[in-house]
Design a protein around this ligand. Structure first.
Ligand code: GDL
Length: 448
């Protein structure tokens, strides 16, 4: 199938799916910015995955139908995804029929294109499947091909997408090149079906063209990138407001498309999506330039009643503070480095480093106060916990520096009214994390 490179959004994260109103705003953004394709694959729509065999109730179906209509009115291709992998029996004619019946319901609501997802499942075959298929890839390919045959007859020109069970380099045993799963899939899956790939990792810092060329040889088709760069469902203490980055322009010529699976908090995806659209359309993509443009475009959403005013510098500070999974924003990087300098230098020598460090902290405190005045309350609520945690830390750090300046005795400690014994941030999980801290290289060493 020869289709032009496309970019869009995959609502494919764990947790609360976006609301109808949010998806409506999403389609507006997509139309305005030239993102053509939306995948409806929310892991926790009960009937997408856990209970995939169930059809939607009349009320749910009406909601889905209006969503499909809304996408169409915005010129966005709607792809309905279903994840049968948890308990499907690939060889069962009944399951094939159940899937068709479910798809019938979506077709009746105006849907045309589909995705079958086999990610995040235990790769095991039932006894009946083992008797019929030589491998998991063979079972999934057969099941998916059956569906594709049926779909093409029902809807000429319908597209089908497939998410493999190993969907990134790290998951391939022993390597992408030697993965029998990918080789079997490439040979057996109908060549008209597109295949997702998240890069070398589930959350890939970079995705090289060479790695995609190697993958495409096995798959016998270029993949569609399911990009988890801005996904935050796996770490609820983080949000990602930085620009799309780490993917070269040449990636567009070796893939079918890129769709991003971004922050669970819909409102926080303005910069991620605006910059992805930039990447999709630019001849030469510059994350820094796209970032600046996205900040400028997002700032009007930060309206507040007078006298508070939030400008582009404030929005940049916000996006800098909650940036990307592998990268801290440039201002925050300097701030962190300044703190390290202060901790490793006697107070008498702090000089302008302290001034700069405190100025950044004060800017963050001011930002918190300004944002609480946002008219767009949903935007504030999405940010709130993260801002709160940051400004509380600023207060503690400033206090800690004050204390260091008093030349405390070696066994003295700094106390704060907000930090009672046993209450330091994060509860049980954070306590456990402090007992086995991650090293710089990502390993967990022996207890010290
Ligand atoms: C995954 C899941 C996705 C999740 C993401 C980030 C794919 C193909 N599947 O493993 O649902 O949101 O990681 O946690 O990425």
């Amino acid at each position: 199938m020869n289709t032009p490179f496309f970019a869009g959004v995959v609502e494919g994260f764990y947790g609360r799916p976006w609301s109808t109103a949010q998806r409506h705003r999403l389609f507006g953004w997509m139309q305005q910015w030239g993102l053509s394709t939306y995948f409806y694959t929310p892991k926790d729509d009960l009937k997408h995955r856990t209970r995939w065999r169930l059809r939607y109730t009349a009320k749910e179906a009406a909601g889905l139908g209006s969503l499909i209509g809304d996408a169409r009115r915005h010129g966005v291709d709607f792809i309905y995804g279903i994840g049968p992998g948890l308990d499907v029996e690939h060889s069962s004619p009944r399951d094939v029929r159940v899937l068709q019946r479910k798809a019938e319901q979506i077709l009746d609501l105006g849907g045309r294109h589909f995705a079958l997802l086999f990610d995040d499942i235990a790769p095991k075959l039932s006894a009946a499947d083992t008797a019929k298929f030589s491998s998991i890839a063979a079972a999934q390919a057969w099941f998916t091909n059956q569906f594709y045959e049926w779909l093409k007859q029902r809807v000429p020109g319908a597209r089908l997408f497939f998410c493999p069970t190993p969907y990134c380099g790290r998951m391939c045993e022993p390597s992408v090149r030697e993965s029998t799963y990918l080789r079997d899939l490439g040979a057996l899956l109908d060549p008209g079906i597109d295949v997702f790939w998240t890069g070398p990792e589930i959350i890939s810092e970079t995705i090289s063209v060479a790695s995609i060329r190697e993958l495409s040889r096995l798959l016998r088709r270029p993949p569609v990138i399911w990009d988890n760069l801005h996904a935050n469902d796996y770490d609820l203490r983080r949000i990602y407001l930085g620009p799309y980055a780490g993917r070269a322009d040449a990636l567009k010529s070796v893939t079918r498309g890129v769709v991003t699976n971004p922050n669970c908090e819909f409102e926080l995806n303005f910069i991620p999506l605006h910059t992805l659209a930039h990447f999709a359309h630019a001849k030469t993509y510059s994350p820094a330039a796209a970032w600046t443009q996205a900040i400028a475009a997002w700032t009007p959403e930060f309206a507040t009643p007078a006298p508070t005013r939030i400008n582009e510098t404030d929005v940049r500070l916000l996006s800098d503070s909650f940036h990307l999974p592998y990268a801290t924003g440039p201002l925050s990087r300097r701030w962190r480095a300044d703190f390290h300098t202060l901790l490793t230098t006697p107070p008498a020598q702090w000089g302008s480093t302290e001034t700069r460090f405190r100025a950044h902290g004060q800017a963050l405190q001011r930002l918190f106060d300004q944002l609480t005045a946002l008219t767009h309350r949903d935007l504030l609520y999405s940010l709130y916990r993260h801002l709160w945690e940051l400004k509380e830390e600023v207060i503690l750090l400033h206090r800690y520096l004050d204390w260091l300046k008093t030349n405390p005795a070696p066994d003295a400690a700094c106390f704060s009214a907000e930090h009672r014994a046993g209450t330091y941030r994060g509860g049980l999980v954070a306590e456990l994390q402090r007992q086995v801290p991650m090293r710089r290289d990502g390993g967990f060493g022996r207890p010290t």
